[in-house]
Design a protein around this ligand. Structure first.
Ligand SMILES: [Zn+2]
Ligand SMILES: [Zn+2]
Length: 359
C-alpha cells in the first residue's frame, strides 16, 4: 500500500494548519502528484533566488519633518520580568535624515516588523543600533536589527553599531561576521569605566555617553552608559539603567544644557523600595522629582517598567502621583506613562505630538 493511499493522520495537521484556508491548501496539495510538488518547489527556489538577487523592501516610513525628532517605544517594559513578559524592545528614534534603534531587547524585532508593515519604519533607513550595556533586555535583538540594516540598506555608508565597552568586546567575540559589515564605536563617559569615545555623530544626531551606576556584572558597575541625544527637535536624555547618585544630573547638564525630554527607567518597586533592592539597580519613582528639579525638562517619559507595571493602573498612578508633586512645586514638567508603541514628536524643543499608531 502506498503512503498516499493511507488515511492521513490528522494530529499534526490540526496543530500546524490552524485556519481553514491553510487546511484547504494542505488537502489540495496532499492530492498533488510528486511531479506537481516538485514543480511548486522549483517555483519556490526561483522566487528565493530572485529575492536574494534583488532584495525586497523591508518596510516604509513617512519622513519626519525637518527640525523634528520622533521617538517610538518598542514595548514599554524592561528588567527581567518585563523582558520575560515580552515587552522589552527599547526605542526607535527618527529624524528627517537619521534613524537609530536604542537598546533593542527581545521585543524589538517584532515591534519593528509591525511598524514597518504599518508604514512607520523602514529597515533600509536604519543607520545605527546603540546599546547601553550588556543586559539581555537591552541587547538580545541587536543581530536581527543589524541583519535588517545591512540587508536592506540603500543609503550610502555602512550601518553603525555603538555600544558600551562590554557590549563591543563581547560582540567582537560573538559575531565577527556582523562586526565586519558595520562601523563600530565604543562609547564611554569619562567618569565611567571603559575605553572609548565620549561622543559619536550619526547623521543629524549627536550621541553622547552619559554616566551610570548600575551592576552590569560583577566588578562592572560603572561600565553601563546612558545616552544624551542632541537632536534637531531638542535634547533628549535616555537614562538607561542607573541609580540616581550625586553628580549624575550635573554630568548630564554639562553635556546637554537644555533637556527637552528625559526618558527615565524609573521602574523598580518603587515608592517604598527596601535599600538593598534599590542599590545599584534602577531609578525609583521619587528620583524623577529630583531629576526634574535639576534638569527642568518639558516632559519625562517613563519606560522600562518591570512586568507588574504592565498594568496601566500602576503606570498611571505613578505618573499621577509624580505630576501632583511637580504641580505643587510649580514645575512645568509633564509626566508621560510609557506604553508599547507610544510615539512622541519633538519640534523646536517642545513636545508637538504624541500618539499610539498601532493601538
Ligand atoms: Zn534594563
Ligand atoms: Zn541593566
Amino acid at each position: 500500500m502506498s503512503p498516499r493511499s493511507t488515511a492521513r493522520p490528522v494530529g499534526n495537521t490540526r496543530r500546524v494548519h490552524h485556519d481553514d484556508t491553510t487546511a484547504d491548501l494542505a488537502r489540495q496539495l496532499d492530492a498533488a502528484s510528486d511531479e506537481e510538488l516538485l514543480a511548486i518547489l522549483a517555483e519556490a527556489d526561483a522566487a528565493d533566488e530572485a529575492m536574494h538577487a534583488s532584495p525586497p523592501r523591508l518596510g516604509s516610513a513617512l519622513p519626519v519633518a525637518p527640525g523634528a525628532v520622533e521617538i517610538t517605544l518598542l514595548g514599554g517594559l524592561g528588567c527581567r520580568y518585563g523582558m520575560l513578559a515580552g515587552g522589552a524592545g527599547g526605542l526607535l528614534v527618527r529624524t528627517a535624515h537619521t534613524c537609530v534603534v536604542i537598546d533593542p531587547g527581545p521585543a524589538a524585532l517584532d515591534w519593528l516588523v509591525r511598524l514597518a508593515q504599518a508604514g512607520h519604519f523602514d529597515f533600509a533607513a536604519l543607520d545605527a543600533v546603540l546599546v547601553s550595556h550588556f543586559h539581555p533586555d537591552h541587547y538580545v535583538d541587536v543581530i536581527p536589527c543589524l541583519e535588517g540594516a545591512i540587508s536592506a540598506r540603500t543609503r550610502p555608508g555602512r550601518p553603525l553599531l555603538a555600544g558600551n565597552t562590554t557590549v563591543m568586546q563581547r560582540f567582537a567575540a560573538f559575531s565577527p561576521y556582523h562586526l565586519r559589515q558595520v562601523d563600530a564605536v565604543t562609547l564611554t563617559h569619562p567618569a565611567g569605566d571603559g575605553d572609548g569615545e565620549p561622543t559619536t555623530k550619526i547623521g543629524d544626531l549627536v550621541v553622547h555617553a552619559t554616566p551610570t551606576l548600575h551592576v552590569e556584572e560583577a566588578g562592572r558597575n560603572r561600565t553601563p552608559i546612558g545616552f544624551a541625544l542632541d537632536t534637531p527637535g531638542g535634547g533628549i536624555w535616555h537614562t538607561s539603567d542607573t541609580n540616581l547618585y550625586d553628580g549624575l544630573t550635573d554630568a548630564v547638564t554639562a553635556i546637554l544644557p537644555d533637556v527637552t525630554l528625559v526618558i527615565a527607567h524609573a521602574d523598580a518597586t518603587n515608592v517604598n523600595a527596601p535599600p538593598e533592592r534599590a542599590a545599584l539597580c534602577h531609578l525609583q519613582t521619587r528620583d524623577v522629582l529630583t531629576i526634574t528639579e535639576a534638569l527642568r525638562p518639558g516632559h519625562v517619559l517613563i519606560q522600562h517598567y518591570d512586568a507588574a507595571y504592565s498594568s496601566q493602573r500602576y503606570r498611571i498612578a505613578q505618573a499621577t502621583w509624580l505630576q501632583r508633586r511637580l504641580d505643587a512645586a510649580a514645575l512645568p514638567t509633564r509626566i508621560l506613562a510609557g506604553a508599547g508603541g507610544l510615539q512622541l514628536t519633538l519640534a523646536e524643543a517642545a513636545l508637538s505630538h504624541h500618539t499610539i499608531p498601532l493601538a
